[in-house]
Design a protein around this ligand. Structure first.
Ligand SMILES: [Zn+2]
Length: 93
């Protein structure tokens, strides 16, 4: 990436929708990679952030009368957060 390239943020237009950039279910793989980099070692903060997105998605989908599997939605939004967890140290103890 050069300094002149615009930053592409993979996010839905409306919570619960697919990614507006790549049209994949959100959080799409590019969004997950961005979040892993941003929140590496801070899985609780990422979980809190994504829980807000999850809540907004449930609220929006419900308001629009769209049916959805809440468990599958939860797994999609929060099921991968452990990727940001640092590996446990195998120190000298
Ligand atoms: Zn995307």
């Amino acid at each position: 990436m050069t300094a002149t390239e615009p930053v592409v943020i993979h996010a839905p237009e409306i919570p619960g929708d697919p990614c507006r950039v790549c049209a994949q279910s959100w959080p799409c793989f590019p969004a997950q990679i961005d979040y892993v980099a941003e929140f590496y070692g801070r899985p609780a903060e990422l979980a809190t952030h994504l829980a807000g997105w999850f809540t907004a998605a449930v609220t929006e989908l419900t308001a629009r009368g769209r049916s959805f599997d809440a468990s599958a939605l939860y797994r999609r939004y929060l099921g991968w957060v452990d990727l940001t967890r640092r590996p446990r140290s195998r120190g000298w103890r």
